[in-house]
Design a protein around this ligand. Structure first.
Ligand code: IMP
Length: 200
């Protein structure tokens, strides 16, 4: 049995303003308001696990224990089949430079490693984990499958969006309307699963 969420206010275990806004909007539809880990001045724990669920669980539990509230954390990334799922949980790390994240460079790294592989399948993953202050957790994993392309296409998205074409479409995640992306994305898939398991 899944534990259902009965609280009307929870903590979002993220210091990323974009993610907080996106998740806050989705939770508002269920009458749930949020306070972010950043607003509460909570520290960001090290993401030392090797799976998306593992890292989201670290973040959610740390925030739940520190705040005394139920906390929601997410962890996401991009995977290439011929690279055995890399960059995967290291998706953000591949973009790190001394002066900030560079996604052109990160996408070029992926292309350089995978360019001779015939298998072009790729997918985005998004783990969402709810943690209660007593240590109970509920986690779901949403995925969006497709193929990677080169050169990158479009300028509407962020991160690795320009090199990803979702299955059944001809445009990249950075070319399609953002509202359309939000309907078919890994984050939308994860949120649907979380709703089924724990909300409303
Ligand atoms: P996180 O903050 O640890 O979840 O890192 C997520 C990484 O995956 C970042 O580098 C993002 O740019 C990338 N990523 C996650 N979701 C998406 C997406 O929807 N489009 C493009 N890149 C994404």
């Amino acid at each position: 049995m899944h534990r259902r969420l009965t609280e009307t206010r929870i903590c979002l275990a993220s210091h990323n303003a974009g993610k907080v806004a996106e998740n806050a909007a989705l939770l508002a539809e269920h009458g749930i308001s949020v306070v972010s880990a950043k607003e509460l001045g909570l520290p960001e724990p090290a993401e030392t696990e090797t799976t998306f669920i593992g890292n989201a669980t670290i973040k959610a539990l740390a925030a739940a224990r520190a705040s005394g509230m139920v906390a929601l954390a997410d962890d996401s990334g991009f995977s290439v089949a011929s690279l055995d799922g890399a960059p995967g949980v290291y998706t953000a790390d591949w973009a790190e430079t001394p002066t900030g994240r560079d996604y052109q460079m990160a996408m070029a790294k992926v292309e350089k490693l995978a360019r001779h592989d015939r298998d072009r399948r790729a997918w985005f993953s998004c783990a969402l984990v709810l943690a209660w202050p007593d240590g109970h957790t509920e986690g779901v994993l949403g995925e969006a499958h497709g193929t990677w392309v080169w050169p990158p296409r479009g300028d509407k998205g962020f991160g690795y969006d320009p090199m990803f074409i979702p299955d059944g479409m001809t445009q990249s995640f950075a070319e399609i309307d953002p509202a359309e992306k939000h309907r078919i994305s890994h984050r939308a898939a994860a949120f649907r699963l979380l709703k089924e398991a724990c909300l409303g």
